[in-house]
Design a protein around this ligand. Structure first.
Ligand code: A3P
Length: 387
């Protein structure tokens, strides 16, 4: 590992983490007073001791700590530093389609939709049985593999993701990046997922490949992200919705700031290789969106094929398959808080537009509205909050 990634001043957080991570040694990778220069021209700054301690208390699953990448203020887990330059240098192919999103905006739905449009228009491809993120590689997945989950994922030989990795990348070392190596080795037209924003990806991305940037209104995204952060043990959010809305509007959530992410997509919206897809539009009129996507991708599907693909990737069908990540059922139970899953739903929770109306108080909505107003001044963008 290059020396500038881990310099002097390593520190431990000294915090005990809960539940799934209770046996994890305090992270050693948080760095103190060390800024890291990235090839993209960004600087990754460690958070202050106070901020790190506060965030780890509220998100005890985020054991590897966070850095803030400037400019942009991107909040990413510390292991990102080990991947950043490799991701920036990743060789995209002309035939690739990148699904780029802020988390919880419809990534998995879009990945499955595009993968089936390209590889399974007649719904007869047996590969479609695999989990979405097995067929459609998640470029920076390794930055989510933290603490005990990383140990489990990398040591369990029954792990379907590892098996797939071994098949696709014989002799490669998972520690060098599962996502990036699997993406590199995936043959044919690749539907590649990334939650990273344009400036952190290769600068010629849109010269090389097509990107579908998916957006979702911030209130539904907030509800979905809150559910995700309470359900996924690698976040393990402990607070209430008030606190979550504070994290969101203070731009302190993993992969955020949300508005900077959206802006990076929106400002490129006229680029011929970029398709901006709104979750709400796909939900309201999937046929119209898929027709446009068909033109964008050049898949040339018949109306019948489009109908089949839409049906195959409907919420009910995807929820019934419940195949988001290539992991065993046993692993899924460890990675996801089962109480949350049973009481409030799993990864495929509701898939609706406007569910925030059942969840946010007027005060929480006002906070999100003020933050939205502040961030969208002069932006000429409008989200639908109901359909
Ligand atoms: P909810 O939590 O509101 O249900 P991402 O893939 O970016 O993490 O987004 C997850 C959100 O997309 C979840 O939202 C999930 O239920 C929803 N989703 C997944 N597949 C969907 C589908 N086929 N149709 C509608 N929503 C879907």
């Amino acid at each position: 590992m290059p020396s500038h990634y881990r310099g002097e001043g390593l520190r431990s957080t000294g915090r005990q983490t809960t539940q799934f991570y209770s046996q994890v040694a305090p992270s050693e990778v948080l760095q103190k007073d060390m800024a890291t220069q990235l090839k993209s021209g960004h600087t990754a700054e460690p958070l202050s001791d106070e901020d790190s301690a506060r965030i780890l208390k509220d998100f005890p699953g985020q054991v590897d700590g966070l850095v803030r990448v400037q400019p942009g203020g991107w909040i990413l887990p510390t292991p990102y530093l080990e991947m950043a330059d490799k991701i920036y240098d990743f060789k995209f192919r002309e035939s690739d389609v990148v699904v780029m999103t802020h988390p919880k905006c419809g990534t998995t739905w879009t990945q499955d939709l595009l993968w089936n449009m390209v590889h399974n228009p007649n719904i007869d491809n047996p590969a479609a049985e695999e989990a979405v993120n097995g067929r459609s590689p998640y470029l920076e997945v390794d930055i989510l593999l933290m603490g005990k989950m990383k140990e489990m994922m990398l040591s369990d030989t029954s792990n379907p993701m590892l098996k797939q990795f071994a098949e696709l990348c014989p002799g490669a070392n998972p520690a060098d990046g599962i996502g990036i190596q699997m993406a590199a080795a995936t043959p044919g037209i690749r539907i590649i997922k990334s939650h990273l924003t344009f400036p952190l990806l290769p600068p010629d991305l849109l010269d090389t490949t097509k990107v579908v940037y998916v957006m979702r209104n911030p209130k539904d995204m907030c509800i979905s992200y809150n559910h995700h952060c309470r359900m996924a043990r690698f976040h393990d959010f402990q607070g209430n919705m008030d606190l979550f809305v504070d994290y969101l509007t203070n731009d302190e959530l993993f992969y955020g700031p949300y508005w900077n992410h959206v802006k990076e997509g929106w400002k490129r919206r006229d680029h011929p290789r970029l398709y901006v897809l709104f979750f709400e539009n796909l939900k309201a009129d999937p046929v119209a969106e898929v027709r446009e996507l068909d033109k964008f991708l050049g898949t040339d599907l018949t109306e019948e094929q489009m109908t089949k693909v839409i049906e195959h990737t409907s919420f009910d069908k995807m929820k019934a398959r419940d195949a988001h990540f290539p992991v065993t059922e046993e692993m899924k139970k460890k990675i996801l808080n089962q109480e949350v899953v049973q009481n409030e739903g799993g990864f495929f929770r509701k898939g609706q537009v406007g569910d925030f109306k059942n969840k946010l108080t007027p005060a929480q909505e006002s906070k999100i509205d003020a933050w939205t107003k502040m961030n969208t001044e002069g932006m000429d963008i409008e989200f639908k909050y109901s359909i």
